[in-house]
Design a protein around this ligand. Sequence first.
Ligand SMILES: Cc1cc2nc3c(=O)[nH]c(=O)nc-3n(C[C@H](O)[C@H](O)[C@H](O)COP(=O)(O)OP(=O)(O)OC[C@H]3O[C@@H](n4cnc5c(N)ncnc54)[C@H](O)[C@@H]3O)c2cc1C
Length: 510
Amino acid sequence: MTEKRVIVVGAGIGGLSAALTLAARGFDVTVLERAASVGGKMRALPVGGAAIEAGPTVFTMRWVFEELFAEAGASLESEVRLRAASVLARHAWTANERLDLFADIDASAAAVSAFAGPREADGYRRFCARAAEVYRTLEGPFIRSDRPNPVELGKRVGLTGIGDLWRIQPFATLWSALGDYFSDPRLRQLFGRYATYCGASPFAAPATLMLVAHVEQAGIWTVEGGLSRLARAVADLAERRGARIRTGAHVARIVTERGRIAGVQLADGERIAADAVIAGGDVAALGAGLLGPDAAREGDRVPARERSLSAVTFCLNARARGFPLAHHSVFFSSDYRAEFDAILRGRRLPPDPTVYVCAQDRDDAGAGPDGSERLLVLVNAPADGERRFTPQEIAACETSWTKRLAACGLKLEPASPAAVTTPEGFGALFPGTGGALYGRASHGWTATFKRPGARTRVPGLYLAGGSVHPGPGVPMAAQSGRLAAAALIVDLASTPTWRGAAMSGGTSMR
Ligand SMILES: Cc1cc2nc3c(=O)[nH]c(=O)nc-3n(C[C@H](O)[C@H](O)[C@H](O)COP(=O)(O)OP(=O)(O)OC[C@H]3O[C@@H](n4cnc5c(N)ncnc54)[C@H](O)[C@@H]3O)c2cc1C
């Protein structure tokens, strides 16, 4: 039997995961990536002679990758070196207000108690239990399954699960739900920040997103070489299983013939025939018609105000003084609501931002080099990538975060200029997004159900990546790739191989 030919558009982690799964199952897989290297948002930038991770740095839900590698006949641990973190993150408000969270709940509860008193520690334990319950309720019927609508989700969790579903307060915002557990505003801010892992505001995200807190509590790992290395490992294994990966290949059009997928056309005019295509870029690109009229999906037009957050990131080599950075450190703004109002209503960079710093040369607890070190500094920003922030605005942003760090005692002495990525830069890297890093914003209880699933209305066209079900973040995007591969395997098994007169006038790769 002829192998079924699958084209994956984009070598982000969703596309790569789908490619690996399909190549391991014997499909003829070609990944077409417009950038010069694989990984998409999982990328590193050269700064002053060192490669600095400029994308995701917090690695969770390791089981997704364990299963992905195992299903391809390999093991995660033999492909990448992982180290479990005992300190999840260090959080600071001022020079005297600092709180570490640990992988061990008892250690965290003791830290919360010392920081804010025993009642808050009790609230923390109740919160952890509820977040775990939310996660348990949704892992099988949602994260591991095709996209449900609300009624289907109800059916999947079953009669006993309905109570669980109701208890997870889908209609409350995360911010208001946190009030049931914490009266200390700093703790509400700390746990509300988990909404930003999906690019959402805690003031608009559903309480369901507390599951992110559980995901982090269940384990964070550092990956030797950074998360860009993990993406490379998935790509390498996919190639060993027979997939071809072409970088510098921009897909300009997804082509259909007689109503079903026939292949793609590259920006240079080359045509490649396929039985199926997995679109691994942001679905907003399809909605905006950037992949041609055949694949334009009206439903995926995402107005700027419904986009998730963007960011301004600074990758720099610097000497850090005055504050004991951990691998992950967060410096909180003095008014969280004002920060999100500035970003989402004012559409501007917040004058007093919450700042995330990843000190990539340090272990989880903070042991590391004495001199200059590799840092990623990130602040949230509006996803208005069509508009260029002026150099003055970016300079003001740098001044704001420098002040926020200084308020907590931290001073950075850069050894070389930083590599800065703005929303406009992210928009250029990831077509159709306007710089939104996590697809459609998870605001309101229906937002989750607005993310498309793997199957589309076009036979043979599938979707993967952080803008589709089950959502953004490295493991979730990888999970979307696995779901797309699974749907494709089922569907193509019942479809005769398409060797079109399709792609007429075009060239096939082989
Ligand atoms: C700064 C930052 C920090 C983050 N922090 C974390 C974190 O700590 N933990 C976490 O889990 N997640 C984090 N995330 C989110 C996470 O990185 C993403 O959700 C995930 O990597 C998205 O994967 P994806 O499959 O959607 O593909 P993407 O990474 O979006 O890649 C899509 C790929 O498709 C390519 N492409 C698009 N269009 C075309 C075309 N027409 N032709 C060819 N190629 C095309 C693009 O070039 C790109 O390589 C972060 C993201 C950013 C940007």
